[in-house]
Ligand binder design. Structure first.
Ligand code: SF4
Ligand code: SF4
Length: 394
């Protein structure tokens, strides 16, 4: 087992887990599958056992214990059944950054060859085609074809102040196309000097990191930063919270990075964006990578408050306690049924608010909630926040 994947802080954290079980009450996966080995405490204890066998006193005196392949496989099954929602990190009384631990555990499992095989296929696609769908990367802006009155440059200019980084899901999954379609219109109508990178936008690297293939992302980081700099841009705006977070954490750039809600709120504050009134009751789902992981809770709410006629009702679990919709951490690829079970819980919570519409700021959350609602034959209305903003723009 490769200890170098764990920082000294993480080694201390593994030791520091008091097994209090506070995290168990909050883990959405554990609420659906109540096995000790799947919850945060269980995963930390399993890793502790592996490390003792490899590096503990016994190992120093008698040599490392041979890793048990069946135990590793079980551990892998549990480690990959996690949405990376970060709720365990937020709730842990001894402040264990467990979300980062899960990423490190996956890296260790990848080195040992114990990871879901379809994630290996995803990795091949990303490395060969630079996107998660496996389609040609030059078709990254095909969603533009369904917009009318496009400017001749199709939002792909030689130079611009701002680059809008779309992300793979919005670019390639039809259910999410409204996200970039609405956002480019908002930017255009607000007079923002922006461009897309077109086929030169590569996956941000998040799916690789989330699956444990972090060592593969350096080329992606270099390419995307160079693409932005070639445009002469100083700012990058993201509609995908996972892209936003990945840039923030891993790109180490001096570029200004904005999530779409921060960017839209700035436009409102500058008076570049005004709204028509519509009486409507809405609720808001905090995407894990935007809320807990990036700490952005206020800007989407401030946008909704700025819209006349909008009655905003919070979900029972919101902000730091918002429940994952099931779409995070590649769980949908690994265990679609478990992912759907989380989405069903989310839908029940949304329905309990009595809102006419659920708004969120993540294309993956829109996809997950909407797909599950359709399967359940529930006429739930969902909207990405820029879609809602565009609809009400003067
Ligand atoms: S809340 Fe923290 S200390 Fe308690 S069991 Fe969970 S990870 Fe361990
Ligand atoms: S990140 Fe979320 S799903 Fe994963 S163990 Fe923590 S609470 Fe559970």
């Amino acid at each position: 087992m490769d200890l170098s994947k764990l920082s000294p802080k993480q080694l201390l954290e593994i030791d520091a887990c008091t097994r209090c079980g506070d995290c168990l009450r909050f883990c959405p996966v554990y609420s659906q599958r109540t096995e000790e080995a799947i919850n945060p405490r269980g995963k930390i204890q399993a890793m502790k056992k592996f490390l003792r066998g490899q590096y503990g006193l016994w190992a120093r005196v008698f040599g490392k214990k041979k890793l048990d392949e069946a135990e590793l496989e079980k551990f892998s099954e549990m480690a990959y059944r996690c949405t990376l929602c970060g709720e365990c990190s937020v709730q842990c009384p001894v402040s264990i950054d467990s979300r980062s631990l899960w990423l490190a555990f996956k890296e260790m499992l990848v080195e040992l060859g114990h990871y879901p095989k379809n994630l290996g296929v995803m990795k091949k696609n990303v490395l060969a085609k630079y996107n998660i769908s496996g389609d040609s990367n030059s078709s990254r802006t095909d969603w533009l074809d369904r917009l009318e009155n496009l400017p001749p440059h199709r939002y792909q200019k030689e130079r611009a102040e701002v680059v809008y980084f779309i992300g793979c899901v919005s670019a390639y999954f039809p259910m999410a196309h409204k996200v970039p379609q609405s956002f480019v219109r908002i930017l255009e109508r607000s007079g923002v000097d922006f461009t897309l990178l077109g086929g030169e936008e590569w996956c941000c690297g998040f799916p690789l990191i989330g699956a444990g293939f972090r060592r593969e992302i350096d080329g992606f980081i270099r390419h995307n930063i160079e693409g932005v700099k070639e445009k002469g841009a100083r700012s990058v705006v993201f509609s995908c919270p996972s892209c936003y977070h990945t840039w923030h954490e891993n790109y180490h750039t001096d570029l200004n990075l904005f999530d779409s809600t921060q960017f839209v709120l700035n436009l409102i504050k500058e008076g570049r964006l005004q709204f028509n009134e519509e009486k409507i009751k809405v609720t808001y789902h905090d995407p894990c990578d935007l809320g807990r992981v990036s700490g952005i809770y206020e800007s989407p709410r401030a946008i909704l408050r700025a819209m006349p006629g909008v009655e905003f009702i919070e979900l029972a679990n919101h902000g730091e306690r918002c429940k994952c919709c099931g779409g995070g951490g590649l769980l949908e690829m690994v265990d679609p049924e478990l992912s759907a079970a989380l989405a069903r819980e989310k839908i029940k919570e949304i329905q309990a608010t009595g809102a006419e519409l659920v708004i969120t700021s993540c294309q993956q959350c829109v996809r997950t909630i909407l797909t599950t609602a359709r399967r359940m034959k529930i006429p739930l209305k969902t909207s990405y926040i820029t879609e809602f903003v565009l609809k009400h723009m003067k």
